[in-house]
Design a protein around this ligand. Structure first.
Ligand code: SF4
Length: 438
C-alpha cells in the first residue's frame, strides 16, 4: 500500500510540474513514506529523516517531508523529533503534498496536515507516463477489525471502500497505458463494499449473478480490455465466501493465489490477538479454496512471540503451517505498538526466544517451499513476462499465477507484458526455471 501511495505522490508532483530526480543524491525534495506497523520501521524512518536533514550541508535548500502512517500517528510530535523537517502529511491527505511543497518553497516551515479517522480519503490516481505493466490499485482504505497488536486502524482510519465506478475507470486508464496486471489493495480487501455502498442502481447488473460487492468487482475488472491478470491482497478467512471462491475459480484473469495472513495456529493466541477466526475456520477456508482450485497457491504472515505465546502455542503454529501448505510466509517477531490493546499485555517472550521461533519457522518454510516448488517440475506454467532476469541478463523472468519467479531463455517474438507458457524443468527454493513452449 505504501508503494502505491508513493506512486500517487510522485504522480501528483509530476502533474504539478516537478521532475523526478535521477537519484536521491540529486533530489531537491525528498519525501519519506513511513510505516508504523513495527517499531523497527519507525526507527528506520526517523534515522533516515535525520540524515536527510543533515544532508543540507552538502545540498543547501533541500526540502524534506514525511508522509504515511508515522506522520499520522505522531502529529505535531514529529517536529520535536526531527526539528529540520519541512512538512508532514498523514494517511488520508496525500493529495495535499503539492500544496504543502509550494508553501514550503514560499518560506513556511514545519507544516502538518493529518486527517480524522472518518474522513473520506482522497485517493489520487497513481498514473505516470511509464507505468510498466503491473500496477497497484487501492480499493479499500483503513480497517475496522482492530486486531489487538495492530496500529493500522489508528493510523489509516475507518474502513472506506472507493466507488466501483471510480476504480473501474482508473483500471481502464491503466490498461490503456499498457498495464496488464493489477493488484487490488485493501487492509482487509474482501471487506470491499461491506461498510459503505460501492455499486449504485445505474451500474449494469453482474453478468455472473454476483451479489457480493467484492466478487462483483473482480468480475467487472476482468471484463476490462487489456487486463490479463488480477491479484488482490490482503485476505481474511471471513471473506472466503462461496461467491468469492466461484469468482476466483471461474474468472480466467484472477490468479489462483491468495495472501491470507494467519498470524498464529493456536486458538488461545488467535483469541488474544482478536483475529476473529479459529484455527479450524482458517483451515476450512483454505480447504474450500483448494477444492475449487487444485493449482491454488497460498502465502501468509505469522507473528512469533505474541504476549503469552507458550511453546505449545508455537508448536500449534508449526503444525498449522504444515497443514495449510504455505508456498511462502513472512514471519515477524512481535513488537508492542503504543496505544494498542496488546501493548497493555506483558511482552513476556524474550528476544532470544522470539529469534529462535522465527528461525525455526523460516527453516520449516524453506523446506516446505522447496518441496512445493519441486512438485512443479514437469508442469507448464503461464507466466507474465517481465523482461530480463535481475540475476542473469541473458535470461528472462516473469511470474506464475502463484506469484513464483520463473526464469527462462528468451524466444523471438516474446515481449514483456505478454503471457507465455513455460515448461518447468528445475526448481530452487525461491525460483523456477524452464523453457518456453509454443
Ligand atoms: S485486519 Fe487486523 S492486522 Fe490487518 S490491518 Fe486490520 S487490524 Fe491490522
Amino acid at each position: 500500500m505504501n508503494v502505491r501511495d508513493s506512486e500517487a505522490a510522485a504522480a501528483l508532483l509530476s502533474a504539478a510540474g516537478y521532475e523526478q530526480a535521477a537519484s536521491e543524491a540529486d533530489a531537491d525534495l525528498v519525501i519519506v513514506n513511513s510505516c508504523s506497523v513495527r517499531a523497527k520501521a519507525e526507527e528506520k524512518a526517523l534515522g533516515k529523516l535525520g540524515l536527510l536533514c543533515a544532508s543540507r550541508r552538502d545540498h543547501p535548500g533541500r526540502l524534506v517531508g514525511l508522509m504515511g502512517c508515522m506522520a499520522q500517528r505522531l502529529g505535531e510530535a514529529i517536529f520535536k523529533k526531527i526539528p529540520g523537517l519541512d512538512f508532514s502529511v498523514g494517511t488520508r491527505r496525500a493529495g495535499a503534498i503539492p500544496r504543502l511543497v509550494a508553501r514550503v518553497l514560499a518560506g513556511e516551515r514545519g507544516l502538518l496536515e493529518t486527517s480524522s479517522q472518518d474522513e473520506i480519503p482522497d485517493v489520487p490516481d497513481a498514473h505516470v507516463e511509464d507505468m510498466g505493466f503491473s500496477a497497484f490499485v487501492t480499493i479499500l482504505l483503513g480497517c475496522n477489525r482492530r486486531c489487538a497488536y495492530c496500529i493500522v486502524p489508528d493510523v489509516r482510519g475507518r474502513e472506506y471502500s472507493r466507488p466501483a465506478r471510480e476504480i473501474l475507470a482508473e483500471i481502464a486508464a491503466l490498461a490503456r497505458h499498457g498495464v496488464r496486471e493489477v493488484t487490488l489493495l485493501g487492509q482487509s480487501v474482501m471487506n470491499y463494499g461491506r461498510m459503505n455502498p460501492v455499486w449504485d442502481e445505474t451500474d449494469p447488473p453482474s453478468p455472473g449473478g454476483y451479489r457480493e460487492p467484492f466478487p462483483r468487482l473482480l468480475e467487472a475488472v476482468a471484463a476490462i480490455p487489456g487486463v490479463l491478470r488480477i491479484r488482490f491482497t490482503s485476505g481474511h478467512p471471513s471473506g472466503c465466501t462461496d461467491e468469492l471462491v466461484r469468482a476466483m475459480a471461474s474468472l480466467p484473469q484472477v490468479c489462483h493465489h491468495l495472501h491470507l495472513p494467519v498470524q498464529s495456529g493456536s486458538d488461545p493466541i488467535l483469541k488474544a490477538m482478536r483475529r476473529g477466526y479459529t484455527r479450524e475456520r482458517y483451515l476450512e477456508a483454505v480447504g474450500k479454496l483448494r477444492a475449487a482450485m487444485p493449482d491454488f497457491a497460498l502465502t501468509t504472515d505469522v507473528i512469533v512471540g505474541f504476549p503469552g505465546e507458550t511453546e505449545a502455542d508455537f508448536e500449534a503454529t508449526r503444525t498449522l503451517m504444515d497443514e495449510a501448505g504455505f508456498d511462502n510466509a513472512f514471519i515477524f517477531k512481535y513488537s508492542p505498538r503504543p496505544g494498542t490493546p496488546a501493548a497493555q499485555m506483558p511482552d513476556d517472550v524474550s528476544d532470544e526466544e522470539k529469534m529462535r521461533r522465527n528461525q525455526v519457522l523460516l527453516a520449516d518454510q524453506d523446506r516446505r517451499g522447496s518441496a512445493l516448488n519441486e512438485a512443479l517440475v514437469g508442469t507448464v506454467q503461464e507466466v507474465l513476462v517481465e523482461g530480463r532476469s535481475l540475476r542473469n541478463a541473458e535470461r528472462w523472468a516473469g511470474r506464475s499465477p502463484g506469484n513464483k519467479i520463473v526464469v527462462f531463455d528468451p524466444v523471438e517474438g516474446l515481449e514483456p507484458g505478454t503471457l507465455a507458457k513455460v515448461a518447468i524443468t528445475r526448481a530452487a527454493p525461491q525460483t523456477l526455471y524452464g523453457e518456453v513452449v509454443r
